[in-house]
Design a protein around this ligand. Structure first.
Ligand code: F6R
Length: 395
């Protein structure tokens, strides 16, 4: 059942072009997103005062990766809740809220208890799961299956990327009535159709990630810095390394670096910095009517500002780390190696640049491969890490 692969985790990482295609199958037609499971509730979702993403572990990270585009396309504030923390705090939740529960198994105890709590409080509950007929699928008012296929490795890989794609499609569906984001939505839909092929290209980095893993095999710790769309990538990359390679790893918000973590930086501690470009400065198609031209111009100017803001900020993080002789591994967009590391001292991982909200799907793949190779090289059980279970059904 593992085919040509030594482990399920490796097989599942390499299955991602296919699983993403299956996730999208029948849901994108002629530039329109159709999600049958949400159709009857779309009016209520659009009118909600707030969207709350709720999940645990990797599923929480997938929701975090989808949060910026959900806010951008829907104009509804999006907040994040880790299921156990939501229960500990008895967080406020109202009947005007749409609560989105994300869980690949659909059986995680904390997530199900948070669901009971949200139902009691009258929120509209939407499920995003990989398991047809799971408790989550049955108890939510509506939902979308991610159709990632069966995942055997305890460390989630293909379910993570399919969860993001599904949540991007949900954002597209909710925001489909807004003219102001039409160009962006068209861009994303074009990006989604090309995505499986680009994921296939990133998988070519396998050998490079193995060689990077060889250089890190004896390390005690590995930090990962990300921001914006890729804060979730840093958290998820670090979780993968932690859970399978049994190495301390922490994902951090790059903007927080100078508020403490900078003290850790020296020439020994390896740090992965995710510094891919956000594709927000795309040249719009010139349309044949003036209002479209205005929108294009406005979009171009505002996008350039956002791009310069985020991208140059990540550049400055790299400079500060260099200034402290940090041992950097920089993930950047193809062709940017000399820009992010002018002196050629750091290791660089180049990945294709895609539309900003899909970049986390591309960027996590080298980190999944890195975690896999580190584990095998360190001699640990990659498919069944110690102390962990695929589905956490106890509190
Ligand atoms: C890590 C991983 C876990 C799960 C978490 C929630 O690779 O898989 O962090 O994401 O236990 O599980 P689900 O998604 O089934 O609710």
């Amino acid at each position: 059942k593992k085919g040509d692969f030594d482990h399920f985790m490796k097989k599942e990482i390499h299955e991602q072009p296919g699983s993403l295609t299956t996730s999208m199958r029948g849901r994108l037609k002629d530039g329109i997103v159709g999600l049958g499971g949400l159709k009857d509730h779309m009016r209520t979702i659009r009118r909600s005062r707030r969207i709350i993403f709720i999940g645990c572990g990797t599923s929480f990270h997938a929701a975090l990766a989808a949060r910026p585009i959900m806010e951008e396309l829907t104009d509804i504030p999006v907040t994040m809740e880790i299921a156990s923390d939501m229960l500990d705090r008895k967080a406020l939740i109202f009947k005007e809220d749409t609560a989105v529960f994300v869980s690949q198994s659909g059986e995680t105890a904390d997530t199900l208890l948070a669901l009971e709590y949200a139902l009691e409080n009258g929120a509209l509950c939407l499920g995003v799961t990989n398991t047809v007929g799971s408790t989550l699928a049955r108890k939510t008012h509506c939902g979308v299956h991610i159709n990632a296929g069966c995942e055997i490795g305890v460390a989630s890989t293909k379910a993570y990327t399919c969860q993001i794609v599904v949540m991007v499609m949900i954002a597209l569906a909710i925001g489909s009535d807004k003219l102001s984001t039409l160009a962006k939505r068209e861009d994303i839909i074009a990006g989604l159709t090309k995505l499986p092929e680009q994921v296939h290209d990133v998988l070519e980095l396998d050998g490079e990630m193995k060689s990077l893993a060889e250089s890190l095999i004896d390390e005690q710790s590995l930090l990962m810095f990300g921001r914006g769309n890729n804060y979730a990538t840093a958290l998820e990359g670090a979780l993968k390394v932690k859970e399978v390679a049994l190495m301390h790893s922490e994902g951090m918000l790059a903007g927080e670096m100078k508020h403490g973590p900078l003290a850790l930086v020296d020439e020994y501690l390896p740090i992965i910095v995710i510094a891919t470009r956000d594709d927000t400065f795309r040249l719009c198609n010139v349309r044949d009517n003036n209002s479209h031209l205005f929108y294009c111009f406005f979009f171009l100017v505002s996008s350039c500002i956002i791009f310069l803001f985020i991208y140059s900020k990540q550049q400055s993080v790299i400079q500060q780390l260099h200034a402290r002789k940090g041992r950097l591994i920089v993930m950047c967009s193809k062709g940017d190696a000399s820009l992010v590391c002018p002196d050629g001292r750091s290791r660089v991982i180049e990945v294709p640049q895609v539309v900003d909200c899909l970049q986390p799907i591309i960027n996590i793949i080298p980190l999944q491969l890195l975690a896999y190779h580190l584990t095998v090289l360190r001699g640990y059980n990659v498919d069944q890490p110690r102390n962990l279970a695929k589905s956490v059904t106890t509190q």
